[in-house]
Design a protein around this ligand. Sequence first.
Ligand SMILES: [Zn+2]
Length: 103
Amino acid sequence: MQQFQPTRIERSSKSLKIEWKDSDQNELSYHLLRQKCPCARCDAIRLGKDPFQILPSDDFFENLSLVDIQRVGRYAVRLVWSDGHRTGIYTFEFLRELSEAQP
Ligand SMILES: [Zn+2]
């Protein structure tokens, strides 16, 4: 899937800037990225299936930053967050979908 290949991923203080192979550019806020974290645990929290977890406050997102971006194979990146959360693996296709879903 050529069109889902980023040529450049750059961290800023509040968002991730992505340049795609088809030369489209997107900016995804950390707030949005973390809210949409695709890992099983975050999924359970969003669906209300984890009784021991509450949704994070706005404050939480305000102070959240990205510590690292690790390449996973040829199709995804793992995002490592400042609170230690690192189980979310974001495929390029998913990042592209998020970008296109933005207003
Ligand atoms: Zn997660």
